[in-house]
Design a protein around this ligand. Structure first.
Ligand code: T5A
Length: 211
């Protein structure tokens, strides 16, 4: 595959969507074809699964059912959007990917890592990020930002302790894969975070980070 696959990860409200919009403009200004997508979602079947996952009416969803729905959405998104875009040479910017499952359903819900890794292999079909930005923020600060937008969805409505476990899960993943996963302090102003993102991809694309 000739394209590049870049993912953004972190707890709720850490600023992924904001930074993806800025990075898209940065890359397009340099002549890159960019495809932006998100998880769960990004195509009709994954968007339908997203609605089920985030609906607060489904408060009693079993953690294994939740896990399988996230992986089902991922399998379809990889098949329908991510792999074709990468094969066509595009830069794919994805708001969350398999690391979110390891953090939320693994560290957050307590599901076993070996099961998660097997399902990731099945769902991702060999597609894996070249580079991942982990926008790190204390759980309370992220939830405050996210909840500023209105009523919390099913996952946002989980306890601070759950979201702090998720944060620690992400940090543990980054510690184990420092080459792929770059940690950025997301409590900094938007422009400072964007500067760190651009610096992070400069090496990958071989051009200056400013602009
Ligand atoms: N999930 C997902 C799982 O449990 N397992 C999985 O496998 C996957 C893939 C998805 C939910 O599903 C869970 C995780 C999630 O709970 P979602 O609606 O996509 O749901 O939720 P998020 O991905 O968390 O998206 P958010 O929109 O909540 O957060 P973002 O995109 O990180 O944040 P953003 O950019 O929208 O910013 C939030 C607010 O903060 C401000 C913005 O202006 C905005 O108001 N902001 C800043 N403020 C101050 N300083 C900065 N640096 C700021 N950056 C942004």
């Amino acid at each position: 595959m000739t394209g590049r696959f870049i993912t953004f990860e972190g707890i709720e409200g850490c600023g992924k969507s904001t930074q993806i919009g800025l990075l898209r403009a940065f890359l397009e200004a340099r002549g890159q074809r960019v495809v932006v997508t998100r998880e769960p979602g990004g195509a009709p079947v994954p968007e339908a699964i997203r609605a089920i996952l985030l609906d607060r009416a489904h408060a009693d969803m079993h953690p294994v059912a939740e896990l399988l729905l996230y992986e089902a959405a991922r399998a379809q998104l990889v098949h329908e959007v991510i792999r074709p875009a990468l094969e066509a040479g595009a830069v794919v910017l994805c708001d969350r990917f398999a690391d979110s499952t390891t953090a939320y359903q693994g560290a957050g819900r307590g599901l076993p890592r070996d099961a998660l890794d097997s399902l990731h292999r099945l769902a991702t079909q060999g597609v894996w990020p070249d580079l991942t930005f982990l926008l790190d923020l204390p759980a309370g600060a992220g939830l405050e930002r996210a909840r500023g937008r209105g009523e919390a969805d099913r996952i946002e409505a989980e306890s601070i302790a759950f979201h702090e476990r998720v944060r620690q899960g992400f940090l543990g993943l980054a510690a184990g894969e420092p080459q792929r996963i770059k940690i950025i302090d997301a409590a900094q102003p938007v422009e400072t975070v964007a500067g760190a993102v651009c610096a992070g991809i400069a090496a990958l694309f071989g051009y200056a980070a400013t602009g």
